[in-house]
Ligand binder design. Structure first.
Ligand code: ATP
Ligand code: MG
Length: 254
């Protein structure tokens, strides 16, 4: 792949926590419109890499480029404004507010960030266009029937879907998801895989996710990067990675 064509690219990334080196010369490229999974055993450095890519942490050395621009020193919130949508391992929704209000806040903050109008309070009646957009995105994530319920009463998997809907409302050009299925029931996992597959196809979304569950990875990912002790030990298609003797040894255990 021509590296200039990557939507997200990490090069020579090192990350130390004090004296402990957690990432060692990590490189990764996500092609536009593809789903890229980062896998590896517990403590391999997946979340640390995710934080470096999303801007929650800065690398000790190395660079991160998004759409060809160096964002290595751009903080996370500014990367979101540049089109990198992300979710958090524990869904960040406002439990006291309804599903619809949570969405409206996300859309209003997007509009406020554009400077098109100031952030309005929840009590202000909303335009029908905004409501229509809320309904449409919530329907996409399967919450179309729950608009007027408090977010706090949603089941765990539903709250994760609401958070995803709120991230989609920002109209990102890329989604970064750290273990999006963590804590979900097997049924919710299957539904979430289907949902991400649909978002990937229908919106041509570029997605980077970290994941433990190999069945999820092989159902979703076009490309896989395998980390072990902070180093990339394999990268390629799911089939290539699955066939790698090193990966089988350190990750799959056979
Ligand atoms: N803030 C921190 N300070 C010091 N060490 C840390 C910190 N955060 C993580 N680590 C260490 O860095 C290593 C990588 O952690 P990280 O959370 O990135 O791994 P991971 O692959 O996401 O693991 P998991 O599969 O458990 O989510 C681990 O050894 C961890 O103990
Ligand atoms: Mg992790």
């Amino acid at each position: 792949m021509n590296s200039n064509a990557a939507i997200l690219q990490a090069r020579g990334v090192f990350k130390n926590y004090g004296d402990i080196r957690v990432l060692h010369d990590v490189a990764l490229e996500v092609a536009p419109g593809t789903t890229h999974a980062v896998i590896g055993p517990n403590g391999a450095g997946k979340t640390t890499l995710f934080k470096v890519l999303s801007g929650e942490l800065f690398a000790t050395a190395g660079t991160v480029h998004f759409e060809g621009r160096d964002v290595s020193r751009v903080p996370g919130h500014a990367r979101v404004r540049r089109g990198m949508g992300r979710t958090f391992q524990v869904a960040r929704v406002f439990g006291e507010n309804t599903v619809l209000d949570n969405m409206a806040v996300a859309i209003e903050s997007r509009e406020a960030a554009k400077g098109s109008h100031p952030l309005r309070s929840l009590s202000v009646s909303r335009s029908s266009a905004l409501l229509e957009e809320c309904r449409s995105i919530l329907a996409q994530v399967g919450l179309g029937g729950r608009l007027h319920e408090r977010a706090g009463v949603l089941a765990y998997g539903e709250r994760k879907r609401l958070e995803l809907a709120m991230t989609l409302a920002l109209k990102p050009r890329m989604l970064l998801l750290d273990e999006p299925m963590a804590g979900m029931s097997p049924g919710d996992r299957i539904a979430a895989v289907e949902l991400l597959r649909r978002i990937s196809l229908e919106l041509s979304m570029s997605i980077l996710l970290t994941e433990h569950d190999m069945s999820v990875v092989f159902a979703l990912a076009d490309r896989v990067t395998v980390l072990n002790y902070g180093k990339v030990i394999a990268s390629g298609s799911p089939e290539e990675v699955k066939a790698s003797p090193l990966v089988r040894e350190v990750y799959l255990g056979h």
